[in-house]
Design a protein around this ligand. Structure first.
Ligand code: ATP
Ligand code: MG
Length: 335
């Protein structure tokens, strides 16, 4: 396993397309906190270059989201003295690695990527797909391998990207005749995909169907009250469906007392338990998760740019080294 000072290396990140939400928390952020606390060498990347691939006409959105994402990181407890928080565009070696890797991955391989296919449909690019967007999985392979990460905590939408990064690592190692890049592995959390409050398969910033970590108590309450449940559960006495019911998906993800959740499910299925009752339960479960995040955010008084600047300096040192090794493996001419 690749290590720095014997600690396994972790790389994760988020696109700065808006504030982070409970999907990130359940799918990835909680894992990062655990890994940070267990002493892993953690790199957390704000993927601005990736965000431009489908937002090139709206750079203001990305610019405004970067401080929001840093604020969310610190509010949940990521600690810049233990976790390197950096900006993708401040490490230009990642772009160089991407250019080199693109020569090893065919266009049809990228077009077959199921996550890309879903995202293309969602974004309605029709035939006008920005080439940068189609290639972003290659840039993710560059991000992961640049730090020689062995462990990538992600939601399940990212599994095809990790597979591609593994393929790139194998190809570079074969070209170099030795193990230059470790094979990265994904680390899935219990909640691999938190649904949107509207019942859509995934809570996402772009779909605007998420509860944000920065939402006020009132916003959380209003969103839970508007949550998609079982459309056929009309009277309290009617039997209700638990599967596909967003309130139960969130209770599964965020309520500590799972016995209580099982009891609520049983009573809901049997009829006699109203949507308002389960929603109230969820509101208090979410408050327990979100209150400490709100408190930490209020206590934070930091210079966001300074945190990113310092983290990017550290990240760049690692990426410079890997780029040199990859160029050497490929026999690239150097002066
Ligand atoms: P965008 O809509 O701009 O793509 P997003 O909400 O999908 O934003 P990303 O920045 O693409 O968020 O995702 C960052 C990380 O969070 C990834 O590892 C992704 O798998 C995870 N993640 C995002 N949304 C969810 C979700 N609803 N459930 C579980 N994990 C999620
Ligand atoms: Mg996404």
């Amino acid at each position: 396993m690749s290590t720095i000072n014997n600690a396994p290396i972790v790389l994760t990140g988020d696109r700065p397309t808006g504030p982070l939400h409970l999907g990130h928390y359940a799918g990835s952020l909680q894992q990062r906190l655990r890994l940070q606390d267990e002493g892993y060498r953690c790199f957390v990347m704000i993927a601005d270059m990736q965000a431009y691939t489908d937002n090139a006409d709206n750079t203001a959105k990305i610019r405004n989201a970067i401080p929001q994402v840093v604020s969310d990181y610190l509010a949940i407890g990521l600690d810049p003295s233990r976790t390197t928080i950096f900006l993708q565009s401040a490490v230009p070696e990642l772009a160089e690695l991407t250019m080199l890797y693109m020569n090893f991955i065919t266009v049809s391989r990228l077009e077959r990527n199921p996550t890309i296919r879903d995202e293309l449909k969602m974004r309605e690019f029709e035939r006008d797909i920005p080439s940068g967007f189609l290639c972003y999985p290659v840039s993710q392979a560059a991000d992961i391998t640049a730090f020689k990460a062995t462990c990538v905590p992600v939601g399940d939408d990212q599994l095809p990207m990790i597979e591609l990064a593994q393929e790139v690592a194998r190809k570079i190692n074969r070209a170099g005749g030795r193990e230059i890049l470790p094979t990265p592995k994904s680390l899935l959390s219990k909640v691999t995909r938190l649904p949107g409050i509207d019942g859509k398969a995934k809570a996402s910033k772009s779909l605007g169907n998420a509860i944000f970590l920065s939402d006020s108590q009132k916003e959380v309450k209003d969103k839970v009250m508007a949550m998609y449940t079982d459309p056929n559960h009309i009277r309290v006495s009617d039997p209700g469906q638990v599967e596909g019911n967003v309130v139960f998906s969130y209770l599964d993800a965020f309520e500590n007392d799972q016995e209580k959740v099982e009891d609520l499910k049983r009573r809901y299925r049997g009829g006699g338990l109203g949507d308002v009752t389960i929603k109230k339960e969820l509101i208090s479960s979410l408050e327990r998760v979100m209150m400490p995040i709100r408190d930490q955010r209020a206590a934070n008084d930091v210079d966001y740019k300074d945190i990113i600047r310092q983290g990017s300096k550290v990240a760049r040192e690692a990426a410079v080294q890997t780029l040199a090794e990859v160029k050497d493996a490929l026999g690239v001419f150097s002066i």
